[in-house]
Design a protein around this ligand. Structure first.
Ligand code: SF4
Length: 228
């Protein structure tokens, strides 16, 4: 198990302003610049990972480091894989402890900034693992992503159990409804796969800004059939 904390904080101001549609020279620009400076001063994105060895493969489950994970899609993606990297990345509780609930716009800006910090941790971790373990085609899967049949969110509990006291380790905790706090956190498995996989291909959600691949009806039908 290893914890990564020293990520380089590099947020492109112009890119952020463009995303938030902030006009140059406006009052909004001044206010969000203050928030950005504050976030850079206090923000501590973090990530943790461990090597997970696949001990058993069933029809729709795998046992990794003694813990059972049930998901037909995960099982299929791990067909020729022997090892995964379980991970949790977060924007950090330092940013999460600040809230602007009384000011909707500021709160939205702050949440967007937190999202960038999460990306710094997630990307930094993936790049680190790619270099350190010579990973080639990197595939990541997270409980709760895409449609429910892909990998139910309840399996966050099993994922967290691999690490032990995650709150003490990197300040992330799981609620009774399996959501992570800080909300800008992500967890899952990363592994080297032979084929490309993206959950978006089997996700029917419409108008999703995060979509990275077209919905694939044939693939979706295949999983529906095999899951029965
Ligand atoms: S389409 Fe959106 S909700 Fe569905 S898996 Fe992709 S990013 Fe997630």
């Amino acid at each position: 198990m290893e914890i990564l904390k020293n990520f380089k904080i590099d947020i492109k101001k112009d890119f952020l302003f463009e995303k938030l549609k902030i006009m140059k020279g406006s009052e909004d620009e001044k206010e969000i610049s203050i928030l950005l400076e504050k976030s850079i001063e206090i923000g501590r994105p973090k990530a943790i990972y461990l090597e997970g060895f696949i001990e058993k493969k069933g029809d729709d489950f795998v046992i990794i480091n003694g813990v059972k994970f049930t998901s037909l899609v995960l099982r299929k993606n791990l067909e020729n894989v022997e090892k995964v990297f379980a991970f949790i990345a977060t924007c950090g509780k330092e940013l999460d402890s600040i809230s602007f609930k009384e000011d909707f716009l500021k709160d939205y800006w702050w949440e967007t900034i937190k999202g960038y910090f999460l990306e710094i941790a997630r990307k930094g971790l993936f790049e680190y693992l790619k270099e350190r373990y010579f990973l080639k085609r990197m595939i990541s899967m997270s409980p709760g992503e895409s449609e429910r049949f892909v990998w139910p969110i309840e399996q966050e509990k099993e994922l967290f159990s691999l690490f032990g006291d995650v709150e003490n380790l990197i300040g992330v905790r799981l609620t009774n409804s399996f959501l992570m706090i800080p909300n800008k956190s992500v967890s899952g498995f990363l592994f080297s796969g032979e084929k490309d996989y993206r959950s978006c291909k089997i996700c029917k959600r419409k108008n999703c800004l995060g979509r990275s691949a077209e919905f694939d009806e044939k693939l979706w039908q295949l999983y529906q059939k095999e899951g029965k």
